[in-house]
Design a protein around this ligand. Sequence first.
Ligand code: NAI
Ligand code: COI
Ligand code: MG
Length: 351
Amino acid sequence: MASRSIRLAVIPGDGIGPEVVAEGLKVLDAVAPAFDLTFEQTAYDLGAARWHRTGEALPDSVLEELRGQDVILLGAVGDPSVPSGVLERGLLLRTRFELDHYVNLRPVKLFPGVQTPLAGIKPEDIDMVVVREGTEGPYTGVGGVLRKGTPHEVATQESVNTAFGVERVVRYAFEVAAKRPRKRLTLVHKDNVLTFAGDLYQRVLKRVGAEYPQVTTDYCHVDAATMFFVNQPQRFDVVVTDNLFGDIITDIGAAIAGGIGLAASGNVNPDRTAPSMFEPVHGSAPDIAGQGKADPTATVLSVAMLLDHVGEAEAARRVERAVAEDLAERRGQGARSTAQIGDAIAKRVSG
Ligand SMILES: NC(=O)C1=CN([C@@H]2O[C@H](COP(=O)(O)OP(=O)(O)OC[C@H]3O[C@@H](n4cnc5c(N)ncnc54)[C@H](O)[C@@H]3O)[C@@H](O)[C@H]2O)C=CC1
Ligand SMILES: CC(C)CC(=O)C(=O)O
Ligand SMILES: [Mg+2]
């Protein structure tokens, strides 16, 4: 059988990004041959170093090259030497927006054997998928500042929510929910205060929901959702929410499911008009960068999501199984380095 070739753009980024991406690629390289897959990798040196060198976060020419790839693997961006937001907005959000990653898919799953800070919780109690809107909300950059630096400074940051944008992410969430055993979809928002945006989400949920009678829907204010994530995580199956709320609740999700080093994500363009991008939920973690302390598991699980996205479900399951086995054996072991964890998972996928 001829090998299937997939063009993979790799953006290691900043801080621990290159460290965890190296391990993600190690696992990908280990699993690919068993499924006759070849990943043609192109590395892009985007991030703080390039910005210091050239003053650019994401040149237009690079963005166009990325469009020609099949899929993207990203580590993380952001560095204390660069003003906050320059890389986060100019590189990460620009890529998500330009490539129309309107679904930010973030599973929150407690693997057996992994310690959760919550008491009395079984693995099956934490098994949800957060469908975070990825191209709208307060992250669009609409807003501005008046009288900067004066006592009368005014800073505005608008939340942009379009009927088109809300409908497509809500519809995606219903599709996800319809395929899961519990078939439950919770809208998380703040419609008691953000009445315009919240009302739009509510109406769209109701209208689209009429097409999915098999899916049960409910609603939770975001502040209460943060509490229920911690004291009743069983409540949630699929969650749909806006860009900002989704960002925040998925860090809580990561914490209850064993830590930010295990949380994977996909910035998905479901219409496949541009490549999707897979990345760990965490950031560049400057506090531990360069020390071999970062857990690469989130990146490895993001690689599994990437494999699913390119239609290689069996390979994805193999990676997930290897991670599950590795996690099950972690307790009681001493601390392992980033590379040691990557080696152990890579050995399991190829063995
Ligand atoms: N997708 C991205 O590229 C993101 C980038 N950022 C950027 O990253 C930088 C740092 O942001 P923070 O708020 O500190 O968030 P962070 O997620 O980088 O770190 C928060 C805490 O989690 C720990 N941590 C993160 N990943 C870990 C891993 N794989 N293994 C073990 N521990 C891990 C860190 O050491 C730190 O104590 C900032 O510049 C921020 O803007 C933040 C979030 C997402
Ligand atoms: C740095 C932000 C733009 C992104 C973020 O925190 C996230 O997507 O989780
Ligand atoms: Mg975040």
